[in-house]
Design a protein around this ligand. Structure first.
Ligand code: NAD
Length: 473
């Protein structure tokens, strides 16, 4: 028996298998849920395919109303969903509530949007209109850091554009997503939204499937490359939101205490498990000591505990594999004597590492060059602005970045030279439904959010009419 069921063709169904889901604060399973077989993945794709013509023909106002109703339903069930998110993901309950509030905000915005047709020519010689049409079945494949928010970043625009969806959450965080399926089951016609789970085995099935027209993916760059390969045969449309190694460049004129607080927040939000977290802090040499000290103080003061406990600021790392990866970075830094705060593995069940500040590292060190995706921040010294821009850009990633300075014009000028899809000034991870998010270089393909993001869930159709004074009429 499973506690949470799949959503296929409008019905909540048991999986052909079950799977346990671990609470990372305890390091042991807290629930057993439905796990889909390949046969059930096929049923989900076929249900979505069957629902597509009807949903595509549904007036936009009705599609918008459904997305609005979904936002409201998530709000009504926010307490249950937040608790599940904390149990499976580890984030503090207040942050889980925050994720749901964000999700409602994004869905509310999608509910005001529509694909826009455009008349290109309308005169005596002809009529040319560019229309946007839905694509068909969209596979939404998501990561474990913001399970509900990221799922809705696929689902919302996909259904507004008139597509139908098969969602597949990450194997370590499927519970809240299944609960969401239970909540929205009757909001959409049967088959418009389907939710299946796996143990990392059904992704390729979806991304190579002939009846799937598009993949909306959030996850690692490595998996993104595999998806590109497996979807090549059917030339699927792809939106890939991938990994990042965001630099923060901190100039010598900042207020150190204030900047440290914001940089700490940008690096350790969601325990550092944010695609757009600050993953490398480049600090001018004249304020380097003061910045390391200020960051260390903040790291030492952070309350690390089970996310369900009131007052917790940082929860566990989400899963055992990620815990081992971050631990290896921390152990290496400790062995080199470069840890100025944190680094302790908590002696208790679960995957807890205290927020860790590492100094005197530089480009070429693994912790600087790779995406750590966890609670450990390297602080790197620089003295020359041209040099630090080169170092910031010397990465295969290009997701986000930030420049910190009291001189806004100077910061904006430097920001323009950072090779990433988003660059912030005096802030980091400031996202919104009206801010298109696009990864540069190996951080992604395509755009999410706003009209540009919505358009990615559509196909252009040009209707080109010759008028009577032309040949052929
Ligand atoms: P992951 O790539 O391991 O898994 C993501 C999803 O892909 C999961 O649902 C997984 O089951 C599925 N998957 C695994 N192998 C697959 C395959 N061969 N074909 C199709 N699907 C497959 O990533 P993760 O560890 O869950 O997430 C962490 C990564 O995600 C980090 O690199 C992070 O930066 C990135 N991320 C990016 C964004 C963004 O918007 N750019 C947001 C959040 C996370």
């Amino acid at each position: 028996m499973s506690d949470y069921k799949l959503l296929i063709g409008g019905a909540l169904v048991d999986g052909d298998m079950t799977m346990d889901v671990v609470n990372p604060a305890q390091g042991k399973p807290f629930t057993t849920i439905a796990r889909a077989s390949e046969n059930q993945a096929e049923q989900a794709v076929q249900a979505a395919k069957a629902a597509f013509p009807g949903w595509a023909a549904t007036p936009i106002e009705e599609r918008q109303a459904a997305v609005k109703a979904m936002a409201a339903a998530i709000g009504e069930h926010a307490d249950d969903l937040a608790r599940l998110l904390t149990q499976e993901q580890g984030k503090p309950l207040a942050d889980a509530q925050g994720e749901l509030a964000w999700t409602q905000g994004y869905l509310g915005h999608y509910a005001t949007m529509s694909l826009q047709d455009r008349v290109i020519q309308d005169d005596e010689t002809g009529f040319v209109e560019m229309r946007r049409k839905p694509l068909g079945v969209v596979a939404g494949i998501t990561a474990w850091n913001f399970p509900i928010l990221i799922a809705c970043w696929k689902l919302g625009p996909a259904v507004i554009a008139g597509n139908t969806v098969v969602l597949k959450p990450a194997p370590t965080t499927p519970v809240a997503t299944l609960k969401m399926g239970e909540i929205i089951k009757d909001i959409f016609p049967a088959g418009v939204v389907n939710i299946i789970t796996d143990q990392n085995d059904l992704g390729p099935y979806l991304t190579s499937h002939h009846d799937v027209a598009k993949v909306g993916f959030t996850g690692s760059t490595g998996t993104g490359k595999k998806i590109m390969q497996s979807s090549a045969d059917t030339l699927k449309r792809l939106t890939l939101e991938l990994g990042g190694n965001d630099p923060a460049i901190v100039l010598d004129d900042v207020n150190v205490e204030k900047a440290a607080q914001n940089i700490f927040g940008g690096a350790f939000m969601n325990n550092g498990q944010v695609c757009m977290a600050i993953k490398r802090a480049y600090v001018h040499e004249s304020i380097y000591e003061a910045m390391c000290e200020a960051l260390a103080k903040l790291a030492e003061a952070a309350i690390v505990d089970d996310g369900l406990k009131q007052g917790t600021q940082i929860g566990p790392i989400q899963n055992a594999m990620q815990f081992e990866k971050v631990k290896a970075f921390v152990d290496h830094a400790k062995a080199e004597g470069k840890v100025v705060a944190g680094g302790e593995i908590l002696e208790r069940a679960g995957y807890f590492i205290r927020p860790t500040i590492v100094r005197d590292v530089t480009d070429g060190d693994e912790l600087v060059d790779q995406e750590q995706f966890g609670p450990v921040l390297p602080v790197i010294k620089f003295d020359d602005i041209e040099d630090v821009i080169d170092r910031a850009n010397n990465s295969p990633y290009g997701l986000g970045g930030s420049v910190w300075s009291a001189d806004e014009d100077k910061a904006i000028d430097i920001a323009g030279r950072i090779e990433s899809g988003t660059v912030w000034v005096n802030q980091h991870v400031a996202i919104s439904p009206v801010a298109p998010m696009a990864g540069a270089k190996q951080s992604g393909v395509g755009v999410e959010q706003d009209q540009e993001g919505l358009n990615e869930y559509s196909q252009i159709q040009l209707v080109n009419v010759a008028r009577s004074n032309h040949m052929g009429a």
